[in-house]
Design a protein around this ligand. Structure first.
Ligand code: PLP
Length: 338
């Protein structure tokens, strides 16, 4: 295996325990690429954490979640009659469906009269959900076991959540996303008879970046002269070394989700990277011989070509180098727990 996510299991797991203490009643979110670790591993972790419920992103993820985790599985994408009505897992008694409209509710209950339902409220996130003024009606029609709320990132959600809770006070269980530990504590204090369940992904699985690391193998190293050409695009190189590393677009290298560029600094970085890109000098996520090496050309599917400037001692074939990547867009060949 050549592009590997290494995990210090003890350290990683103790960060889960700390996250569980910060977020009582935590509902681990297991979706997409499993935050780099893979859904199967995260299901096993959630099982051993002893939580009652996990949350998944889509119905496509349901079979693996139901097989890998023994408790309840909340599907966060809304059930849509026109998209999901034929799925074989719909009647599973451990699935909790997210409903946002009467039509979808009727379709789901037509397929499975006993289907378990949470109703999603339309928050300022403005993604999907039932508007606040029709939420109560839908909750009653569905005999919903919970309401779900997805809030934008940041804090300051308390008033918005409170308006929802006041609108449908009869519902006890509330699945909430992107609510801070302090906000949760305030909500519990204000509504002692309600059960707030925070859905947490990043702050659980990626809470301790020092507990995991992606490493790539060096596949080849060659001294090059100024003007030597390389790759699909036959770009000319500076003098130094060409280093071929495992890890390419299929592993998510250089495929990061778009930067939100919210701050002047991140906008400046985005502009600087754009200028570099135009000059074919894109910084890679690989740290080679202590420097952040540049791509010689855009990464290939399974490997990347980097240039090390003259004067930098190159690594040897078979060495490993560290890779700095956002794990939500990383697809390692293997995950190794040590
Ligand atoms: C992805 C997702 C989460 C988890 O988000 P993190 O930022 O990874 O904690 C929570 N709620 C919903 C609805 C989501 O889609």
């Amino acid at each position: 295996m050549s592009f590997v996510l290494h995990v210090d299991a003890e350290r990683w797991r103790s960060s889960h325990a700390r996250a569980g203490a910060r977020y009582p009643g935590v509902v681990p979110v297991i979706k997409g690429n499993g935050y780099g670790f893979g859904a199967a591993l995260l299901c096993r972790e959630a099982q051993s954490m002893g939580v009652s419920t996990i949350a998944i992103g889509t119905y496509v993820e349901a079979p693996e979640a139901l097989a890998g985790f023994g408790g309840d599985v909340l599907v966060m994408e809304p059930y849509r009659a026109s998209i999901h009505c034929d799925l074989p897992d719909l009647p599973n008694r451990r699935l909790v469906h997210t409903i946002t409209s009467r039509t979808d509710l009727e379709s789901l209950r037509g397929v499975e009269p006993a289907a378990r339902v949470a109703v999603e409220g339309l928050t300022s996130m403005n993604r999907f959900g039932a508007p606040m003024d029709s939420l109560g009606e839908l909750v009653t029609a569905a005999a919903a076991e919970a309401v779900t709320l997805h809030l934008p990132l940041g804090t300051g959600h308390l008033d918005e959540i409170a308006r929802f809770v006041d609108a449908v006070l009869a519902v006890q269980r509330w699945f909430v996303s992107h609510v801070s530990p302090d906000e949760l504590a305030t909500l519990r204090g204000r509504y002692p008879d309600h059960d707030f369940r925070p859905r947490i992904g990043t702050d659980l699985w990626l809470a301790e970046p020092a507990s995991y690391e992606v490493k790539a193998h060096v596949l080849d190293v060659r001294a090059v002269d100024k003007g030597d050409r390389v790759g699909y695009r036959q770009r000319s190189l500076p003098a130094g070394h060409l280093v071929v590393l495992s890890g390419g677009t299929s592993h998510g290298v250089a495929m990061e989700s778009p930067a939100s560029a919210a701050t002047p600094r991140s906008r400046a970085i985005a502009v600087a990277e754009g200028v570099l890109e135009a000059a074919h000098k894109v910084r890679s996520p690989f740290t080679v011989s202590g420097v952040t090496a540049r791509f010689a050309e855009p990464p290939h599917m399974q490997c990347s070509l980097l240039v090390l400037p003259r004067g930098v001692t190159p690594p040897a074939v078979g060495d490993t180098v560290t890779v700095r990547m956002r794990l939500t867009t990383t697809y390692p060949d293997a995950v190794e727990l040590h």
